[in-house]
Design a protein around this ligand. Structure first.
Ligand code: HEC
Ligand code: HEC
Length: 290
């Protein structure tokens, strides 16, 4: 490499003095103008940005910028505005008598929205995301209600729970006919056949005939003479096609033998009153409410 600069003969431009392979010389050409101007513009923009917006870390924080812009504050403000808007809706829902909620479209929409959210968090684990239910956990979309399907019935069920500790809990236990030896296995078998006959499922007619007497003496008091059920006692309808614990003969025998005794926790106290009310509206609105 030679150290001294010279003027290149062919172009008339001075060289940088760098030479390769004996005669390959580097011209000292200026940067293209467009490139330079772009860089100046970026520099000016960057300095402006540093002055206006939060930019540089400091020992105990960062430079805040003249505009006082903060994404965190923007989000906080939006959340607060949302809460404030919710607060006024919550007050209105609280003040609206249960029977009138459906008459106020805005309140109804709000109740359904927060009811759906609360349902997903608190109820879906047992009743399913779509409230479709599972064996032992009733479907809340149909119009078959064990404890009553008016909005007030539903509100009471949700508030105080079923067979739980709350003083106002829904109560009503079916005897454990098998476990407590109240009936012989043969009688349980016959009664199960009779129960199947009530909902027109295939059954052994002779056994069902014997079972009808056992039913009249032991079961009709709660489930009704024709198996229509009793909402005061939470005794399900046995003559329809909807089953809480299953319609196979084994399921029915198990129900008679053990009495089942499904439990649901009380939600008043656990959730605030407005949320419980919204849940009642939401569940009632799922389609099956009376
Ligand atoms: C730990 C499980 C569990 C959770 C959680 C739960 N439930 Fe239930 N729920 C049950 C069971 C079990 C029954 C049926 C009890 C029975 O009668 O045998 C029931 C019954 C009901 C009924 C009565 C249905 C009828 O046919 O009368 C309603 C309404 C209801 N649940 C709503 C809710 C709502 C709303 C939530 C959430 C706030 C919820 N449940 C959370 C277990 C649960
Ligand atoms: C004291 C009231 C009472 C009596 C008496 C009673 N039951 Fe029940 N039965 C209930 C209740 C309450 C349930 C719901 C249990 C639950 O939800 O966990 C039930 C549930 C059932 C079920 C389950 C229904 C389903 O949808 O899966 C069957 C079947 C049944 N009973 C049959 C009988 C038969 C048969 C007898 C008579 C041998 C009888 N019960 C006597 C109250 C009673």
């Amino acid at each position: 490499m030679s150290k001294h600069h010279e003027i290149d003969e062919a172009t008339g431009v001075s060289t940088t003095g760098h030479v390769w392979d004996g005669d390959l010389k580097e011209l000292n050409k200026p940067l293209p103008r467009w490139w330079l101007y772009t860089m100046y513009a970026c520099t000016v923009w960057a300095i402006g940005y540093w002055i206006l917006y939060p930019a540089w870390p400091t020992v105990n924080g960062y430079t805040k910028g003249m505009l006082g812009y903060s994404q965190r504050e923007t989000v906080m403000r939006e959340v607060q505005d949302g809460r404030k808007a919710q607060e006024s809706f919550r007050k209105e829902l609280a003040a609206t008598p249960m029977a009138d909620v459906r008459k106020k479209p805005e309140v109804l929409r709000f109740a359904n929205a927060i009811g759906a959210a609360a349902f997903g968090t608190n109820c879906a684990p047992c009743h399913g995301r779509g409230a479709q239910g599972f064996s032992g956990y009733p479907n809340l979309n149909d119009d078959d209600w064990i404890w009553g399907g008016t909005i007030d019935d539903i509100h009471k069920t949700i508030s105080f729970g079923i067979r739980g500790e709350h003083a106002d809990s829904r109560a009503g236990e079916m005897p454990k006919f098998g476990i407590d030896k109240l009936l012989e296995p043969a009688q349980i078998n016959d009664t199960a056949e009779y129960v199947l006959s009530m909902s027109k499922k295939s059954n052994d007619a002779a056994a069902a005939g014997r079972g009808s007497k056992v039913y009249a003496e032991n079961c009709a008091a709660c489930h009704g003479e024709k198996g229509e059920g009793n909402k005061e006692l939470g005794a399900p309808n046995l003559a329809d096609a909807i089953w809480l614990y299953g319609s196979r003969k084994d399921d029915v025998i198990m129900s008679i033998a053990t009495g089942r005794g499904g439990k649901m926790p009380a939600w008043s106290g656990r959730l605030d009153d407005v949320t419980v009310k919204a849940l009642a509206v939401y569940v009632h609105n799922l389609g099956g409410g009376k």
